[in-house]
Write a protein that binds this ligand. Sequence first.
Ligand SMILES: [Zn+2]
Length: 382
Amino acid sequence: MNKSDIVEIPKDKIITLDMNGKKATASSDFSGRYITNYGTLTITGDGTFEDAESADYRGPVTNNGTLTIENGTFYGNTKNTYAHIWNSKGATATFNGGTYEGAVTMINGYIGSTTYINGGTYINSLYPTIDNSGHMEIRGGEFVNKSCSACNESKYQIEKPWGYTIRSGFHSSDSYLLIDETEGRTIEVTGVQGALSVIGGKADIKSGSFETLPCETHGASSSYYALFVAPEKSEPSVTVSGGDFKTAYRAAARIGMDNGSSDLQSNVRIEGGRFTAPAGVDSISVNAVGGGDATISGGNFSSDVSEYCVPGFEPVRDANGNYVVGSDEPDQPATVPDDDELPPFIPAQPDDDDSVTIVACAAAAVVAALMAVFLILTYRKD
Ligand SMILES: [Zn+2]
């Protein structure tokens, strides 16, 4: 593709681009994205989109209409700071599969956009891999970002080029993020700097796995949080009802600004999920001065979270030493009730044929044991 080859799909057109396994590549003078879509565009056929020698190849599509990508391989570069696929205000993009790799950000859902990610693999190592300021629903996919603030500061001569793997709320307080694995799909989010951050707007996290890994150069101490919620841009409101959050060094979830104070609030309701930090590290860390507020009514935690539990909910230790809150059943031995908690014992009388009938069903095992004693005594007496 030369710059003059850029395709603009008009508003009233419905186009399927079947790549038929072929490759789109850029000439050295190419600048921009290959397609500007105002219509309805579906990309399929397992093609490859790449930048080749172009210093200003930005990505395959600028979406102003309705875009669906079924599959394909999409290579970006870090020679510029444009998001690889830009989903504009009022536009809708759906990603059902594909591999997206190597740009500063792979998908940016801008203010007023709608983005559905149902699958695919998204890998980069600079800014957030997925950046949502609109309405985004993630129902499947693998998301990897190996950026580390200690590594990246001077590497590309871009100031502070690091990011969480998925970020929501940067440009708009009206942003919304849903993360929920649909049937037969998994969501795996890994990062070094961090896995998921919500710094504005609303979010519902229902499932998925979120993990920070040690930096390959700087080790675990340069890794941050699996979940970070702070009022950096507006007041985020997040409900976590499921998901697996695990860290290499710091708290599994950090709520409130990491440094300094804030007059804005970030509210996090944890109703479920598993939060695992290394031994000796708080699983949930709240910076109240930095606008952090958390309430817990469910979940499994690697440290005591009593101080955040809503009234009526207290952590119970399970067999692994974890703290379980709410409806998650603790994994522990069954307890035997005290004598005064037992139902009244009603002795059964042997029938003529020596069969017995248990007339009290409650605490049946206890009743049965007492019945055996009763029968032994009865028969001995006889
Ligand atoms: Zn590093």
